[in-house]
Design a protein around this ligand. Structure first.
Ligand SMILES: [Zn+2]
Length: 329
């Protein structure tokens, strides 16, 4: 069963979380493999999308926000787009769009950053979004401070967290066909850090320095975790091996319905709205060539069929809705 564990280091300004996606991850891969239009992912894409899925769950677990967190990589290589969406209840879905052959040993840059033009975007899309309100989006390149191509998704996301959130973050990610897993360690923001500035007295400086040492030590321990340990060992064993000398305070694990699970938010209604968006002429043109408008969900593989009667009713509903009233000043 997929599981998410959050923890704190007692008295230290450091928090963490660890996730293991098992059944949820296997379901995502199974549905992709069953899609005759695409077939299964090549192994390097499985690993990338799995790492993205684990990271997106960790980031969703780390923010107080009622909405979907969407992690996307826009590639400039054979992987055109990889996207993971995590809802506030940890419902996860993920997909990747390929436009060329991915070699069995392809690196991150060979897949998504051949010309250093790949991008990684994180979008926070509030559930209770007001009309006209935009989702928040942050974008980072897939290269480091000296334009060197980054070969680990964890490094890309660590850059993002530092640049966008001013948060020191350590991530260890790994995925295979059975498990997508991740460990996140983060330095808690200093209280009133924004006010320190020039008035930073020696006591504050000393305590900040001490806090850095705590974070740095825990970060180095986290980084010593090998991919095969993260994938193959249970959470208790991983945390004990890494942090047995640290004052670890663990929260109750989130599993089952409370934890990460595969869930696709597509629906016939949403697809109907998309067809409406195409317009009457486009819909009629599709139906002049075939019996049904058929739309497949890239995330879960479900096929939605709209025959001419279904399609016509979409547009009559549209016309039946009251026209927008005149603007009131
Ligand atoms: Zn779906």
């Amino acid at each position: 069963m997929s599981e998410l564990h959050k923890f704190l280091f007692d008295g230290l300004p450091v928090r963490g979380a660890i996730v293991r996606l098992t059944d949820a991850w296997q379901e995502i891969l199974k549905r992709r493999a069953a899609n005759p239009a695409t077939g299964a992912y090549p192994q390097p894409v499985t690993e990338l999308l799995g790492e993205m899925s684990a990271a997106a769950v960790l980031m969703q677990a780390n923010i107080k926000f009622n909405g979907a967190l969407v992690l996307q990589v826009f590639g400039d290589g054979p992987v055109k787009l990889a996207v993971v969406e995590v809802q506030p209840d940890f419902g996860v879905r993920a997909t990747a769009t390929l436009q060329g052959n991915v070699g069995s040993e392809a690196s991150l840059s060979q897949m998504v950053n051949q010309n250093n033009e790949g991008r990684c975007a994180i979008t926070l899309d509030p559930l209770d979004r007001l009309p006209g309100q935009q989702a928040y989006q942050g974008v980072v390149p897939l290269f480091g401070d000296h334009k060197e191509k980054l070969e680990k998704l964890s490094e890309v996301l660590e850059h993002y967290m530092l640049q966008s959130e001013q948060l020191d973050t350590t991530l260890v990610l790994a995925a295979n066909m059975d498990v997508a897993a991740g460990l996140l360690i983060q330095r808690l923001p200093l209280e009133g850090a924004g006010n320190l500035g020039k008035h930073w007295d020696s006591v504050a400086r000393e305590s900040a320095l001490g806090q850095s040492e705590d974070y740095n030590r825990i970060s180095i321990l986290a980084k010593s975790l090998k991919a095969e340990e993260l994938l193959g060992l249970d959470v208790d064993t991983v945390l004990h091996r890494l942090f047995w000398e640290e004052p670890l305070l663990r929260f109750a694990p989130l599993l089952g319905e409370e934890g990460p699970k595969f869930r696709c938010s597509c629906s016939r209604e949403r697809v109907g709205r998309m067809i409406k968006g195409l317009g009457v002429e486009e819909a009629e043109s599709i139906l002049s060539e075939r019996e049904n408008i058929e739309v497949g969900c890239e995330f879960c593989g479900v096929l939605y069929h709209f025959d001419p009667v279904d399609a016509a009713s979409l547009f009559t509903q549209l016309q039946a809705s009251p026209p927008p009233g005149p603007a009131v000043h």
